[in-house]
Write a protein that binds this ligand. Structure first.
Ligand SMILES: CC(C)(COP(=O)(O)OP(=O)(O)OC[C@H]1O[C@@H](n2cnc3c(N)ncnc32)[C@H](O)[C@@H]1OP(=O)(O)O)[C@@H](O)C(=O)NCCC(=O)NCCSC(=O)CCCC(=O)O
Ligand SMILES: Cc1cc2nc3c(=O)[nH]c(=O)nc-3n(C[C@H](O)[C@H](O)[C@H](O)COP(=O)(O)OP(=O)(O)OC[C@H]3O[C@@H](n4cnc5c(N)ncnc54)[C@H](O)[C@@H]3O)c2cc1C
Length: 672
């Protein structure tokens, strides 16, 4: 326990919960952070950032007007980025870009999102991924020193998903050795880029490259958009804010258009393709889609981001549920803590388990990503399709599950969960956007499905397939999977479900084509099932990774940590087996009797986890400054904090508001 947590007076119920906890909390924190070293590093970074005191707002952020909120976010972004630049990156190096510690710490500064988020989140990674060494030497130090501030503008008003359909053009002029950027239509306006509206002075622009009269598809360019002294947009550049949104209101999402705006040839990011001085187009990359690299990187990092945000929401809802008492199920007995209701446990413990499942799967995906990058540096792109398929479905499922469970945590807090001061609505409004951005949920699952159908065709042709789909080979024998007990049985059954759904999709496509329609139409007619097959595949990947990894990670842990971690992982697997019982009955050898046993085991697990619930969320180790929640603070002073926050509202700055004299009084006196 950190010293700041020891000094405060803690709610009696929470104190009792902490006494009940039977495992070593710190060991679980190490597991969640990915190891002791990572925990120590994270704590050091949090200390540095939070000791600056810059994160404290006298008026809650959400009570400020739109402009004041943005102004405040820019002020804090400058302080935070100075800390990142001078201290955090010194500790982590550029590894920080793939590490949620930056975002986790930033949460202490911004209840919503920093307008600088995309600078380190996408601008810098794209420089690293898409620039030649020479270009990196020019741009990277300036970006890391915050001498320039960048955004990533790919999406347009008319197209986000369909990148090949982007309309912005970059036409090479060999006379002046410049590219001419142009936005030919309203729908070609760049739209949505974080940090673009008022903050960034540079921007990565994805545009259709034309040279020698030929279009070579979309390519990224580094584009200076504002004067470094005056911050005025350059002539030929039109830029602004896209308007008020559901969340992200301090993220400065912007629009951008060009009117025959010129940039030097060298501003094309040339790692994967070049345009020579005379306008000759030269392809360098060995894989067609390497220009989509930043998206793969961000999708990989989003899995852990989803886990962290869910862990925050679970911390708030579990602590609150230990403090909150409601109803009287037994006459004359005191009102129970709401966490004692099995229905409440059913809502919350899956959130704790899912946070672990996604964090562990996210770590594994990050390691896979780094392996593929290393292969690609050696010129081998063979594993890229599998990485794309994996990162697509894991991004889709992790963000979607996480958003749904964060909302469930909010429901679990009743009316008080609706308060912005609980922080649950803000966490939700952020995570629900991650389901859409960086590739929409359905679109990404269909990308995975495309890979799965191809893998299935290879299996049918007797060819070998890559590791994450090797289970298809077993399923091709068409034997029903034997139902074992719990974990192994559930994992094997999910694989059987995925395999059967994929094979059914392949057959359906063929059946449609026999009617004379083309492959694309047959594919469209099968997409509802393809999405479902990709979801099942992803579920089997998460279940297997979580189970294998938690067994490995707890091998040297103390007994009770092993037990509680295994309980959580089993709960996750059984929860999904019960959720997908229809699929299991249809595609595996599971019986109704087995399902009844799973249901009983599930309910036993809720009761077993119950005494450790507060310990489990304490192990996520969120400092109050990062959690920023009236309901979830470590001390459990829920009602006091709700009152304190209410009193900070500008609507409580006096007993009578001006509107009474202006409107209400005239109305009641019949003068309006
Ligand atoms: C949907 C697709 C994948 C379709 O692309 P397409 O070029 O039309 O593809 P296609 O010609 O049909 O070919 C498909 C083929 O391209 C492959 N592929 C597709 N994407 C990748 C990849 N990333 N890596 C490696 N391979 C990739 C697929 O596997 C297909 O391969 P195949 O033909 O089957 O061999 C793509 O357009 C896409 O990714 N759309 C999503 C757009 C997106 O993610 N935008 C992000 C904007 S930035 C943002 O949102 C930032 C927010 C961050 C924040 O605020 O924090
Ligand atoms: C908060 C936020 C921040 C963002 N930040 C950035 C940024 O910094 N830079 C940037 O470039 N972009 C950014 N974006 C844009 C984001 O990447 C896109 O919104 C996202 O990729 C989805 O594209 P779209 O909006 O065109 O949706 P659409 O593609 O129009 O999707 C609408 C619906 O159509 C469906 N659909 C579309 N295509 C298909 C298909 N082929 N098959 C089946 N269904 C389909 C989708 O499933 C969805 O239900 C941001 C978006 C948000 C919300």
């Amino acid at each position: 326990m950190s010293t700041d947590k020891m000094s405060v007076k803690v709610n009696v119920d929470l104190q009792k919960e902490r006494q009940k906890c039977n495992f070593n909390i710190q060991e679980v924190t190490f597991i969640f952070d990915g190891g002791k070293e990572q925990t120590l590093q994270r704590k050091k970074i949090e200390d540095i950032a939070l000791n600056s005191g810059a994160s404290i707002d006298s008026i809650p952020e959400e009570c400020l007007g739109l402009k004041e909120r943005y102004d405040n976010a820019v002020r804090k972004s400058c302080i935070y980025s100075r800390i990142v630049k001078n201290e955090i990156l010194e500790i982590t190096g550029l590894e920080a870009l793939g590490n949620p510690v930056l975002r986790r710490t930033a949460d202490a500064f911004f209840k919503e999102i920093s307008p600088f988020m995309l600078h380190l989140g996408m601008f810098v990674p794209t420089i690293i991924g898409q620039c030649t060494e020479e270009q990196q030497a020019k741009w990277l130090p300036r970006a890391l020193e915050m001498q320039i501030i960048g955004a990533y503008a790919q999406t347009e008003l008319g197209h986000g998903t369909f990148i090949r359909g982007l309309e912005t053009t970059a036409t090479y002029d060999p006379e002046t050795e410049e590219f001419v950027l142009h936005s030919p239509t309203l729908t070609s306006y760049k739209w949505w880029a974080g940090g673009l509206g008022n903050t960034a002075n540079h921007c990565i622009v994805v545009a259709q490259l034309y040279t020698k009269g030929q279009c070579h598809g979309t390519h990224p360019f580094i584009v200076p958009i504002r004067d470094m002294e005056t911050h005025e947009p350059f002539p030929g550049v039109k830029v602004g804010d896209v308007g008020v949104r559901m969340g992200f209101n301090t993220a400065d999402n912007g629009f951008l258009s060009f009117n025959h705006y010129r940039i030097p040839r060298e501003n094309m990011m040339m790692k994967n393709a070049k345009v020579l001085k005379d306008g000759t187009y030269v392809k360098v990359a060995r894989h067609e889609k390497l220009t989509y690299g930043t998206m793969v990187f961000v999708r990989v990092t989003l899995v852990k981001e989803a886990a962290i945000n869910l862990a925050k929401a679970a911390t708030i809802a579990v602590r609150y549920s230990a403090v909150r008492r409601q109803s009287q199920p037994k006459p004359d007995a005191p009102e129970p803590q709401i966490i004692d209701y099995p229905t409440q446990q059913h809502k919350l413990f899956i959130c704790i388990a899912t946070a672990h499942a996604l964090q562990i799967t996210g770590d594994w995906l990050w390691r896979t990503f780094k392996d593929v990058l290393a292969d690609m540096r050696g010129g081998n792109t063979d594993s890229l399709p599998e990485l794309h398929a994996l990162s697509s479905c894991l991004k889709a499922i992790s963000t979607s599950d996480s958003a749904a469970y964060i909302e469930q945590c909010r429901f679990a807090c009743g009316g008080h969960g609706y308060m912005l001061s609980s922080n649950l609505p803000l966490i939700y409004s952020f995570v629900t956007a991650t389901r859409t951005y960086e590739g929409d949920y359905t679109v990404l699952l269909l990308q995975t499905a495309r890979f799965l159908v191809k893998a299935w065709e290879q299996v049918e042709a007797g060819k070998s397939v890559t590791p994450t789909v090797s289970y298809l080979t077993l399923a091709a024998t068409k034997e029903k999977v034997l139902w074992n007990d719990f974990a192994e049985g559930i994992i094997r059954s999910f694989q059987a479900v995925a395999a059967r759904k994929i094979s059914a999709c392949a057959e359906t496509i063929k059946r449609h084509m026999k009617t004379g329609i083309c492959y694309e139409d047959a594919w469209q007619l099968t997409t509802v099932r393809l999405v479902s097959a990709a979801e099942s595949h992803c579920r089997s990947v998460i279940c297997q990774t979580y189970w294998n990894e938690i067994t490995r990670l707890t091998a040297s842990c103390s007994t009770n940590v092993k037990i509680v971690m295994e309980q959580l992982a089993t709960l996750y697997l059984i929860y999904w087996a019960l959720e997908r019982s229809g699929d299991l009955l249809r595609y595996s050898t599971i019986s109704e009797k087995d399902l009844n046993r799973l249901q009983e085991r599930y309910e036993e697990l809720l009761a077993l986890i119950r005494p450790n619930a507060v310990g489990l969320v304490d192990a996520f180790d969120f400092r109050d400054e990062i959690l920023r929640s009236t309901l979830g603070a470590y001390d459990g002073r829920v009602y006091e904090r709700l009152m304190e926050e209410a009193l900070k509202s500008p609507l409580n700055d006096g007993p009578v508001q001006a509107s009474f004299h202006k409107y209400i009084k005239p109305l009641t006196k019949g003068k309006l």
